[in-house]
Ligand binder design. Structure first.
Ligand SMILES: Nc1ncnc2c1ncn2[C@@H]1O[C@H](COP(=O)(O)OP(=O)(O)OP(=O)(O)O)[C@@H](O)[C@H]1O
Length: 452
């Protein structure tokens, strides 16, 4: 198949296009310069031919998901999202380096280096699982590095959730896919995520994925056949037996023999760090669990936020990217409280919350909700060809943002306190504005204006 040319970069108000960063199966990623605050950003723009109403709806759901997760120190930061004038949804992200995915084959990681990366990413994955989300495309290339040298998990399925239909995927991540996923038995479970995470650890250290044979034929068919036959190549690196045991358990053929969650696996990796005499990397976990069963009915997600929960197993190609999981009903998803002492204080706090009565959690949630500032008034001013909305800052702090929702349901996450909608003369245009703090929105203020 001929290589696809990158799509043209859209004209985005407030951003200047610089050059393309990379091509994905469902989106292209461009370097733009944001004008205010002035900073380089990576903008992921969906391919125009994949965009339809369903895609738009899935995109909104995923942006909301990212809004909740990207405060995690090991999850790629998303600054804002919107739809370009020519109708392509786009996501403005922190600009990162792709060195981890680019280098591991030529220059495999030293054990201590790999363990630090993997423990950090494990904290991100565990957090996502507690939020009811599977990543579904865990692999070295989806671990980016921030300007400060921190590894972050990227590509939380924005693209994958946007093609729930029959669109063909390109470049399926076979080398890091669990056998049951390749057999189409499941669209993804915590156990299959454990396999991919273990395969990622294996790859960083060995310089090749677990079923790859150096100098052998490693096409998609060969790799698929080997993974299905559990023909995992020897982990031929100088590593402590404890690390080999972690890799073996994560890559077990039978999902029931693997770790039941990411956290115990990461704790075992911390124990390896301790044994090796290298600094033990803390696991960052949210202080409050996000799992829906704990948050309660008051915060039931809207239907559109659950695009994948009830999805049946599908063909292999679309089985990538984040997936909402119902932790409350999963036999594997809800990790039991840790019994080890190595996890960070944050992990301890999270465990304490899990152990606490639901009533206690409810109080905590109410308290946090109470602290989300509320926009007092949104002013709608008719302008040429549309309506300009402005509001006063009710006291945003660093990680806060505004969630602006239009009457048609489009949602934009932004920091600025102005918003403009275009329309035809006589159209009444309305928006609501709420403050988003720690992934939770406060009460919304509404305003409407008529296009002159
Ligand atoms: N935040 C970022 N900073 C810098 N480069 C990025 C960033 N996000 C993605 N890229 C680059 O853009 C490329 C395409 O990204 P994308 O996430 O769409 O692709 P993918 O994971 O390779 O494919 P797919 O979308 O099919 O899973 C990546 O391979 C990477 O090189």
């Amino acid at each position: 198949m001929a290589a696809r040319l990158p799509s043209s970069p859209p004209v985005l108000p407030g951003f200047t296009h610089v050059h393309i960063l990379g091509k994905g199966g469902f989106a292209d990623v461009f370097l733009y310069e944001q004008n205010l605050p002035r900073r380089p950003v990576a903008v992921k723009v969906m391919h125009a031919d994949l965009v339809d109403d369903r895609v738009r709806s899935a995109f909104r759901s995923e942006v909301n998901l990212m809004g909740r997760l990207s405060a995690h120190p090991s999850i790629l930061s998303v600054h804002s999202a919107s739809v370009s004038a020519d109708g392509r949804p786009y996501l403005v992200m922190e600009l990162c380096s792709t060195e981890i995915g680019d280098r591991f084959r030529e220059r495999p990681f030293e054990l201590d280096e790999a363990l630090e990366v993997v423990v950090r990413i494990g904290g991100a994955l565990e957090t996502a699982h507690r939020a009811g989300t599977l990543h579904r495309d865990v692999k070295p290339a989806n671990i980016l590095t921030t300007a400060f040298g921190h590894p972050v998990l990227s590509d939380f399925g924005i693209a994958a959730n946007m093609h729930l239909g029959d669109h063909e995927a390109e470049g399926v991540s076979v080398p890091w896919s669990a056998p049951e996923v390749l057999r189409d038995e499941t669209a993804g479970t915590v156990a299959s995520e454990v396999w991919s995470f273990g395969a990622t650890l294996y790859s960083l250290v060995a310089g090749r994925s677990p079923a790859e044979i150096r100098g052998g034929r490693n096409g998609t068919d060969e790799l698929t056949a080997r993974i299905l036959a559990h023909d995992i190549q020897p982990f031929d690196v100088d590593a402590p037996e404890a690390l080999r045991a972690v890799v073996r358990k994560a890559l077990a053929k039978d999902p029931a023999d693997r770790y039941h969650a990411i956290l115990p696996m990461v704790e075992d990796l911390q124990a390896v760090q301790l044994e090796m005499g290298v600094p033990v990397t803390p696991i960052d976990l949210q202080e409050r669990p996000w799992s829906r069963d704990v948050e309660g009915a008051a915060d039931e997600p809207r239907e559109e936020e659950l695009p994948l929960r009830a999805r049946a197993a599908r063909r292999r190609a679309p089985m990538r990217g984040a997936q909402q999981i119902d932790i409350s009903s999963s036999t594997q998803a809800a990790p039991p409280p840790s019994r080890r002492g190595l996890v960070s204080v944050l992990a301890g706090a999270a465990t304490a919350v899990v152990l606490g009565a639901v009533a206690v959690v409810a109080v905590a949630v109410t308290t946090i909700q109470g602290t989300v500032p509320v926009v007092d008034e949104v002013v709608a001013e008719p302008v040429d060809g549309g309506v300009a909305f402005t509001w006063d800052d009710p006291g945003l702090v660093d990680a806060d943002s505004y969630l602006v929702t239009t009457a048609s349901g489009d949602a934009v996450i932004q920091r600025g306190s102005t918003f403009r909608l275009s329309g035809a003369t006589g159209d009444e245009l309305c928006i609501t504005v709420a403050v988003n703090r720690d992934g939770r929105s406060g009460d919304a203020a509404e305003a409407c204006g008529e296009v002159p």
